[in-house]
Write a protein that binds this ligand. Sequence first.
Ligand code: BG6
Length: 478
Amino acid sequence: IPVDPFDLVIFGGTGDLARRKILPALFRRYCAGQMPEGSQIIGAARSDMDDAAFKKLVKDALAEFNPGPKPDADQLKGFLAALHYVKVDAMGTDGWKELAGKMREGKVRAFYFSVAPSLFGALAERLHGNGMVDPDTRIVVEKPFGRDLETAKALNTSLAAHFDESQIYRIDHYLGKETVQNLMAIRFGNMLFEPLWNSQYVDHIQITVAETVGVQGRGEYYDRSGAMRDMVQNHLMQLLCLIAMEPPAKFDPDAVRDEKLKVIRALDPVEPGDIVRGQYKADGERTGYLEDVNDPQSKTESFVAMKVHVSNWRWAGTPFYLRTGKRMKARASEIAVVFKETPHSIFDEDAGRHRNTLSIRLQPNEGIDLDVTIKEPGPGGMRLVDVPLDMTFSEALGPEAEVVTDAYERLIMDVIRGNQTLFMRGDEVEAAWAWTDPIINGWEARGDRPASYDSGSAGPEDSLAMMHQDGRRWREIR
Ligand code: BG6
């Protein structure tokens, strides 16, 4: 879908996120022919530099962070020509007039706040004060969107003082992932699944987001957050919403976000006995969590597993098990819908009892897999066995499917198109914090210490026991 020519200002344009994600994503869209003639990208930051120095910084960032072969020289030249830099003091007055002078009438105008949330309010105020905002102007903000309900509300209020909700694009990069959007296509584009998608037929659902990396030099940020704030409150919550929500009437921003919000509001508080927290240990080669964050007393979790209930008509009685952690066995994210056994078996006991499982692999090796029960071949009578109907998207759809668009490419283009479907609305973010706050506050009040787990494992033993108690098992992380 084509986009209109734009002026995109990246506050924090020389920072880590801009260099790693935003600018490479824009470059790839440029190469795909999706950045129209007459568009410009303006880096704005505190550093003293001119256009040429900024272009050099971007060129180096592309060499370092853009995957794949070296960029084509002509394309690189064309892209760099669209870049500019303005030195701006977010808290002061310097640079604002110059920035305002670069804005052009008749272009889509977007401001990416790739800076600490404490600067959001100041930026919003100055954009207004310098006449850079009209009703169609958009702003983009990233997580962490607060660290609890109170701070999230304060951020929402400071943005709402200057922008309408329809102008605010809150990024959760999981929503930009190809397969995460596929969840909606699978659910609402097929007749097959939706009639069974409820507690009458579904025994339980598992959502796993496992990473092999540790805190990766982000110890200071991470230790103040932990897996609950870093992953569950946002990414896992979004996955849960997409799996559990009612069909929206239309694939349009508010219809989708209204349904997601209802799921979050239907979540029961979580009992302390339904959560396991963990911290990874050192192994032969790598240091453990406590060394990584440089605090031998830290009680922050790098792993969390929990049982969650969505208390509504559709899901009453079907638990959702969520887990996410760093330094686990493999990098694997999947959602598994485990169906109930048939109500009655016509076969004798030897045949065994079986269940269908639909698993949706989010990354890597994107695809879906449906375990179907069939007869074990051979003359040995009626014995049943489960076999997977396995569809790996890149095999089913051919090589094009392997060119998976990075989440940031899609999301930035959606900002320019003015499509908010894949962005979080303020009330969603607040509702998610309202649910996580009591959990985190409980740990803090009790001074709970996470269990240790081996690096390269599936997490603490207690998380396995949590499932066993319910007569269930986690799926293997592969
Ligand atoms: C980020 C978290 O939001 O998501 C990181 O802050 C985490 O800690 C990352 O590693 C995972 O994203 P992805 O796209 O690699 O699954």
